[in-house]
Design a binder for this molecule. Structure first.
Ligand SMILES: NC(=O)c1ccc[n+]([C@@H]2O[C@H](COP(=O)([O-])OP(=O)(O)OC[C@H]3O[C@@H](n4cnc5c(N)ncnc54)[C@H](OP(=O)(O)O)[C@@H]3O)[C@@H](O)[C@H]2O)c1
Length: 264
């Protein structure tokens, strides 16, 4: 496995949820290191302006796919698209996702179900579709975006944080299965990042969230570095890493109480 940025030059990366926040910054980070891109999200205008920005700044090819990943067959369409263009995907960034804030009993089921599908089923399905090609070529990277919420029960984000626990465990287990294959799976578990996440989730930032917030370009850079080093998992930022570590020492009920306190 090549551990440096040079490994990405001329490779093809597919980034889901690239129209804002972390996804756009993953695309910038990968383009900066010379990767050609396919960027996916629903808002095509945003993807087009990212395409122009990256082509101007780095001279890389950027394919725009305006697609609702919650639509049936969306992951298959992305695979068919890559095959039709004869551009195998070397880097898969499963980033598209959203959270829903509020008491579980009050969340709308249609929205919640869409969230669970986008945050869990879609990344697993895309990994299932793109991994065989990577294994055949004995080269590839899968970067899955979990969350610091994956490490503890998180009241008011109960089903979102449970979905991210799934992604964290899935990715770490997959990473182990892939050892020696030339393919890497990495889970990144950010804390609060300045993106559109809270607005979409329907939460006004708490004092803790304003203080602990990281900027999205730094998180993307840290995550891509960890992916290239073949790390199974990482929590960006010292404060976040310390909080995950100290959480392990708490009884789970106390951990849930602490998470609740930070969210209101
Ligand atoms: N920000 C944080 O504090 C934080 C912390 C931990 C983990 N995360 C995770 O980081 C990832 C990126 O989120 P973000 O913070 O960058 O939030 P964001 O700014 O809201 O970006 C979310 C991205 O997902 C895309 N998306 C949403 N629904 C989609 C759908 N049905 N089909 C295709 N694309 C869809 C959005 O694009 P369109 O609306 O154009 O479709 C957008 O590009 C998520 O998995 C999130 O759970 C965020």
């Amino acid at each position: 496995m090549t551990r440096t940025s040079a490994a990405l030059a001329g490779r093809h990366a597919l980034v889901t949820g690239a129209s804002s926040g972390l996804g756009a910054d993953f695309a910038r980070e990968l383009a900066r290191r010379g990767a050609a891109l396919t960027v996916v999200a629903r808002r095509e205008d945003r993807l087009r302006s990212l395409q122009r920005e990256l082509a101007d700044a780095h001279g890389v090819e950027v394919e725009v796919v305006a697609l609702d990943l919650n639509q049936a067959g969306a992951p298959d369409r992305l695979l068919a698209d890559a095959q039709a263009r004869r551009r195998p995907v070397d880097v898969l960034v499963n980033n598209a996702g959203f959270g829903l804030y509020g008491p579980f009993s009050e969340l709308d089921w249609v929205r919640e179900r869409a969230m669970l599908e986008l945050d869990v089923i879609v990344p697993v399905h895309l990994t299932k579709l793109f991994l065989p090609g990577m294994l055949e070529r004995r080269r590839g990277w899968v970067l899955n975006v979990a969350s610091i919420g994956a490490y503890q029960p998180s009241p008011l984000y109960a089903s979102y944080s449970a979905a991210k626990s799934f992604i964290l465990n899935f990715t770490e287990a997959l990473s182990y299965e892939l050892r020696g294959s030339g393919v890497v799976a990495t889970a990144v578990s950010p804390g609060v990042v300045a993106t559109e996440f809270l607005q979409v989730a329907g939460q006004r930032p708490t004092r803790y969230q304003r203080l602990a917030r990281m900027d999205s370009p730094s998180v993307a850079r840290i995550a891509v570095d960890a992916m290239l080093k073949g790390r199974p998992s990482l929590v960006p930022g010292r404060l976040n890493a310390a909080s995950v570590w100290s959480n392990r020492l708490l009884p789970r009920r106390a951990s849930a109480a602490l998470a609740h306190r930070l969210m209101v």
